[in-house]
Design a protein around this ligand. Structure first.
Ligand code: SF4
Ligand code: SF4
Length: 253
């Protein structure tokens, strides 16, 4: 027993200092907010949108990338002969409004998610209980959300916890494109959460269907069924992106 105690003391404090200190270092392969260089993008070229598996690129008067649909696969960047599209290490991707997920040429800076209104902030700012609904995704978004519960991230230090019953929850965190089979489950879970409540859509699937978009068996995300308060893009989003969105929503950073 003594050895165990000594060993634990030697381990010290393992939870990251973020957000009161710097954010954890992201790996080189991390793909954050896309950037489109207007000087390099050729008018009329559609090579990027042609290869995009997420149908996330619209080419009209200018190229736009919808981060809500983006799978962060970088196929567009590879296909562009001008290297007009690149992926930054900006992890602050979450947004309160769907339109804020659209990236246009020359707009580099992130638009961090706005906080809840005063009434909801007063209720949830220091204690937010969430029921997670896994609505037919690939499980990667759930895995990255689960990471937040580990000792390194310790989500509960912010008063944010996942609960088993929607009756005990303040909101629903949804992953997956919402299959037709899961629609009823999501609706019932949402209804079982007492008012007022919030909804958080995590991942490309939950926002717009992700790689399953427009399939006959999916509902193309949570937006078509419940009102979403926070969109967290990514496929899957990095835990830091999810945490950043949650903390901004609760005005904790
Ligand atoms: S990175 Fe996003 S925008 Fe680019 S091809 Fe992949 S899904 Fe489409
Ligand atoms: S958004 Fe991507 S990672 Fe998340 S559930 Fe869908 S396919 Fe999986």
């Amino acid at each position: 027993m003594l050895n165990v105690i000594v060993s634990r003391l030697k381990q010290g404090h393992r939870t990251m200092v973020y957000p009161s200190g710097p954010a954890p270092e992201l790996p080189d392969r991390f793909r954050g907010r896309p950037s489109i260089d207007p000087e390099k993008c050729l008018t009329g070229c559609r090579l990027c949108s042609d290869v995009c598996p997420g149908k996330a690129i619209v080419v009209a008067d200018m190229v736009r990338i919808d981060m809500g649909r983006c799978l962060f696969c970088t196929e567009c960047s590879t296909a562009c002969p001008q290297q007009a599209i690149s992926f930054t290490n900006e992890y602050r991707l979450a947004a309160r409004n769907r339109q804020d997920l659209i990236v246009v040429p020359g707009k580099q800076e992130a638009l961090p998610a706005a906080r809840l209104d005063d009434r909801l902030l007063g209720m949830f700012g220091k204690s937010l209980k969430l029921r997670q609904v896994s609505a037919a995704g690939c499980n990667a978004c759930e895995a990255d959300t689960n990471v937040l519960g580990t000792i390194g991230w310790d989500l509960s230090r912010f008063g944010i916890q996942f609960v088993a019953s929607p009756r005990h929850a303040d909101g629903v965190l949804i992953t997956g494109p919402v299959s037709r089979n899961m629609r009823l489950g999501l609706e019932k879970t949402f209804l079982a959460v007492p008012e007022p409540k919030i909804v958080i859509a995590v991942g490309a699937c939950a926002i717009a269907g992700g790689p399953y978009a427009d399939h006959a068996e999916v509902e193309n995300g949570a937006d078509n069924i419940v009102r979403v308060n926070l969109y967290v893009p990514g496929c899957p989003p990095h835990p830091l992106t999810i945490l950043d969105g949650l903390l901004r929503l609760l005005n904790r950073i």
